[in-house]
Structure formats: C-alpha cells, structure tokens
Write a protein that binds this ligand. Structure first.
Ligand code: DOR
Ligand code: ZN
Length: 358
C-alpha cells in the first residue's frame, strides 16, 4: 500500500452556478475524493461568471453547503474589475485571479492587451494569477509578468514551443510556474490513446488547448522538470452535449489523473517523487494553501483495473480514457482525520469541505 499526501488540483470547472446538469459542488467533490484529490481550486467561467462580490458569494455559498473536500474559488479578470487596490479584501477571499487571454468556453475573454494592465498592476503581489494563454499570448503574459513584477502561473501547457519558452524564462529567473494536464500527456491529435475509434465522435476529442502533436506530447515528457504541477482542467460536459453538432470543449479528469500517472510510474516514465512534488508540494506553495492535518491517500499500487465512465462519480457520464487499463487504485482517503472515501464509497458528508481562504 502506498501512502500519498492529499492531492491538490488547481484547475477544476465545477459548473455551479449555472450548469448543474453537467456537475455541481457535490458531484465534483465526490469525483475529487475518488481520485485522491482533497483540495480543488474552481475556475470562474460559470454562469454567471465569478467576477465580483455577489457572484463570488454565489459560488462560495454553494460550495459551503455541498463540498465534500476542501476548495478555493478563483475570481475572473474582466474588462471592468481591475481596481483591486480598492477591493483587496475581495481578492484575498479568492483562490487567485484567472485571466482568459484566449478563447475558451464561456465569456471571460480579455481580447485587448490594455485590459490586462490594471490586473497585473493591482492584483495583490503575493496572490496567484493564472493565465489561460496559448503560444504568443503566453509569451505576452510572461512579458507582462516581468514588466509589472507579478508572478504568473500558466495553465494547461500543451505545446513544445510553450514548455521551451517557460524553461527559458525560468532560467532567466522570471517568476513563472506552470501546469500540464494528463490529457496532454496521454492523448494527441492523431487520436493516439483513444480506444474504440469507430464510436468516437469529433466532439469527444474537443478540448482547449487542443490536443497537440506527438512531438509536442514528447516534449512535455522530456521537460518534466519544467512542469510545476499536474492539473486536470476537469471540464465536464454531458455526452449528449459532446456528441451534438456544436460540442463544447473539455474533458473530465478528476478520477483518471492519479491512476494514469501511477501507471506511468509503473512504466518507469515518472517517479513517485514527481507525483508528490507536482500534485502536492508545488501547488501548495504556488497557491499559498494551508496545511491539511491528518490527511492522506492510500493507494494499492498493484491493483490493475479498466477505466469505465459507468464507475465514476462525475455527473457528466463519460471519459476520454474509457477502456484504458491502469495500475494503481485509490483505496482510502482520509481528510482531516476522517475517512472521506473507502473502497469505492464516498463517506464524507456534503458541507464538510473547507474554504482554503477562510
Ligand atoms: O476545454 C476546455 N474546457 N478548455 C477551457 O479553457 C474551458 C473548459 C470548460 O470550461 O469547459
Ligand atoms: Zn480550464
């Protein structure tokens, strides 16, 4: 039996408020616990988006009532809410600021670079700023970070040019950190990794950033040392929506991240120390998270099983990793001294999760 610290996922789309038919604070935290994750940080592209006190409270009230693991809620950078100097208390209640510099699901995109400036100038210096920025906007975000002297965390790095740029920036001493998602490590645009190709609709491969080339995937594995965190970008949409004519981008990931990574450990592509560093130590430091005393995850590292959406807790009802044979099963999760998950059953009650900023 392998004992791990409570895992931290800094990139989760909860869907509440606004789209609870896909997921809500109850189901997403059940999925988290089943995946060995004891803290999630929730993205602000909900309906309505989270960008001020009233909307932040909408999300936090739902989380307080329903969450079964610990959580934080990001606030979104909008065109009109850059006056953080006047609203410092609000900024400190959030897990951090999320800036959408590229198109994505939802309405939080900041198209104009002049809209970025107040956020870089005024968001508290030691509070996390997370960028959805791909390729050139990532380069621009790193430049802004140096000009305004604010550390940035780059979400879901997927391309060779991106990981190499981050590596070079780190070598120059620039305060940039980054995360990579399992789907960008295990799947690619040539559909490597998808099983049952005849039943695969194009919607089920849609995700932002898009799946990349095998060369990009390989560059992420070669540059593991540049990757600070693994994060799921858990983005549940129902199968009906994914198979529709206008499929929204995104994959669920909370319940598949750890078994996929443990399988890579078994194959010698990663070490357990990499897992602990990128799923606990680094995210805890980067996002200023409190200790979770008496919290751990027990994993049977020799248990092999097949990933099946029918056995997951997420409400969205599918996974791009359907049919994968993995090695490493979460047996038990203890959160603050109480067993929260054991042998496939959720034992934590709704509302027992704590806000990491309170
Ligand atoms: O694939 C994605 N889905 N990428 C994003 O940036 C947003 C996410 C979502 O919210 O569905
Ligand atoms: Zn996301």
């Amino acid at each position: 039996m392998l004992k791990l610290p409570g895992l931290i996922d800094p990139h989760v789309h909860v869907r509440e408020p606004g789209a609870t038919h896909k997921e809500d604070w109850d189901t997403v935290t059940q999925a988290a616990l089943a995946g060995g994750v004891t803290t999630i940080l929730a993205m602000p592209n909900t309906k309505p988006p989270i960008f001020d006190e009233a909307t932040l409270n909408l999300a936090l009230d739902a989380a307080k009532a329903k969450a079964r693991c610990d959580y934080g809620q990001y606030i979104g950078a909008g065109p009109d809410n850059g006056d953080w100097d006047k609203r410092e208390a609000l900024s400190l209640q959030a897990a951090g600021l999320k800036m959408y510099l590229d198109s994505t699901f939802g309405e939080l995109r900041l198209d104009d670079m002049s809209l970025w400036t107040p956020h870089f100038q005024k968001f508290p210096k030691d509070s996390p700023m997370v960028m959805h920025s791909e390729s050139r906007t990532m380069a621009a975000a790193i430049l802004f970070s140096t000009i305004y002297d604010h550390p940035v965390h780059i979400a879901h790095v997927s391309l060779k040019e991106e990981i190499l740029l981050i590596k070079a920036a780190k070598e120059k001493g620039i305060k940039v950190t980054c995360e990579v998602c399992p789907h960008h490590l295990f799947l690619d645009k040539d559909l490597t990794g998808f099983k049952n190709l005849s039943g695969l609709t194009s919607g089920r491969t849609e995700v932002r950033p898009r799946l990349a080339t095998p060369e990009d995937v390989q560059s992420l594995w070669i540059n593991l040392d540049v990757i600070d965190c693994f994060a799921t970008d858990h983005a549940p949409h129902t199968l009906e929506e994914k198979d529709s004519d206008n499929p929204p981008p995104g994959f669920p990931g909370l319940e598949t991240m750890l078994p996929l990574l443990l399988t890579a450990v078994d194959e010698g592509r990663l070490t357990i120390n990499h897992l602990i560093e990128k799923l606990h130590t680094n995210p805890k430091r980067i996002f200023n998270l409190p200790d979770q005393p008496e919290t751990w995850v027990e994993v049977d590292e020799n248990a092999s099983y097949e990933i099946k959406a029918s056995e997951t807790f997420t409400r969205c009802g599918w996974t791009p990793f359907e049919g994968w044979q993995v090695k490493g099963k979460v047996r038990k999760v203890v959160l603050r001294g109480k067993t929260a998950f054991e042998d496939g059953k959720i034992l934590a009650e709704p509302g027992c999760g704590k806000n990491i900023r309170s």
